[in-house]
Design a binder for this molecule. Structure first.
Ligand SMILES: C[S@@+](CC[C@H](N)C(=O)[O-])C[C@H]1O[C@@H](n2cnc3c(N)ncnc32)[C@H](O)[C@@H]1O
Length: 345
């Protein structure tokens, strides 16, 4: 939802407020919470999409008032009971895993100290202490690494890497008005919702297995995130990327982000083909993942294979060269090989 506030010069009374409201309704027929105040010289309203600033200015100025400023910003929706709902896309590095690793580090540190202080035989101590020390150091190292990943991915942190990637992948999507899109492995709904927001005249389905490994992601979370974002053209369902429950050529666009490398498989190109099976002829795709040779095999020959199958504009774009992250970030975060496979069927 967008809240738009305009400073308007020339409003003198309640009649002027009504004129301005009528002008705004002409441009934004579905405007909600529309109010104008001559004492404040201000009008404001809430709308599902960002209003056209120029059209607002023109329509209001036709009635003889001057628009001094127009400011639109996204607004978190209220949840009926007055509590504010903010979208919560969680984190690709589950918080539980970071805390679990930190607890492990604390337990082994404690064990090391107890062993050091306990009066047990020296030869046993000599073996136990270095072993416990090494395990403790490994736990501490992995905890720090996971915490740094958590912080880099976080939607609330400074880096906001997940947000950058989601918005970047969504911007590669091309879908006609009235089209249907699919997001495979939608997690908390971030990419499905971003695609729907960027393409308000299309409808999107997010599908996910929602297994134990990403326990904080589920259908209810996706739906509440869509509500918080004011997006109604999305739906979510449970299903497996290995065998999608859709007919051939159902969708006008298909997308996915960081999903297939999580699926145990010795043929991830087959998973890509399963996704592309659901794409209509002429439809577009943008699939982002860690497409290293170890995980996906030879991807350049897969690009050629798609071209020989009649796909066009197919390209594999490296996203670790500054597009979504730097080479250094991709290396320490274990995301080397990240790339977007995109094109048209
Ligand atoms: C790193 S998360 C990415 C989530 C989402 N695409 C995003 O960008 O925020 C990986 C997602 O893949 C999903 N996933 C893993 N295996 C899957 C499968 N076989 N079918 C569908 N989804 C799967 C997980 O449940 C998880 O939500």
């Amino acid at each position: 939802m967008y809240k738009t506030t305009m400073k308007i010069d020339g409003m003198m009374c309640g009649m002027c407020e009504a004129h301005i409201n009528d002008a705004i309704r002409k441009v934004v027929p579905n405007a909600q919470k529309l109010k104008s105040s001559h004492s404040k010289g201000e009008s404001s309203f809430v709308s599902e999409t960002k209003p056209d600033e120029d059209m607002l200015r023109k329509e209001i100025e036709k009635t003889g008032y001057s628009v001094l400023s127009v400011h639109s910003e996204t607004e978190d929706k209220n949840s009926g009971n007055g509590q504010r709902i903010k979208p919560d896309y969680k984190n690709w590095m589950p918080k539980g895993m970071v805390l679990g690793m930190a607890c492990g580090a604390a337990v082994f540190l404690l064990l090391s100290i107890v062993t050091l202080l306990t009066p047990i035989s020296e030869p046993v101590k000599k073996i136990m202490i270095p072993i416990l020390f090494v395990i403790t150091v490994i736990f501490i190292f992995v905890t720090i690494w996971m915490f740094l990943m958590y912080r880099a991915f976080s939607y609330d942190g400074n880096r906001k890497m997940s947000k950058q990637i989601i918005e970047g992948v969504a911007s590669c999507i091309n879908i006609p008005d009235g089209g249907r899109g699919l997001d495979v492995g939608c997690g908390s709904g971030a990419l499905t919702i971003a695609c729907a927001k960027k393409n308000p005249n299309s409808s999107w389905t997010g599908i996910d297995r929602w297994g134990k490994e990403y326990a904080s992601f589920n259908k209810k979370l996706c739906e509440s995130n869509a509500k918080a974002e004011g997006v109604s053209s999305v739906s979510f369902m449970q299903g497996n990327a290995l065998k999608l429950p859709f007919e051939n050529e159902t969708f006008d666009a298909v997308t996915s982000n960081y999903v297939y490398h999580n699926i145990p498989s010795n043929n991830r190109q087959a998973i890509l083909l399963e996704t592309l099976r659901t794409l209509k002829k002429g439809g577009t795709f943008a699939i982002h993942d860690i497409m290293s040779k170890a995980k996906y095999g030879e991807m350049q020959s897969f690009v050629e294979k798609l071209k020989s199958m009649g796909y066009s504009e197919v390209k594999l774009v490296d996203t670790t060269n500054g597009m979504f992250m730097s080479k250094w970030e991709s290396a320490w975060m274990g995301l080397s090989g990240s790339a977007i496979l995109m094109g048209r069927k």
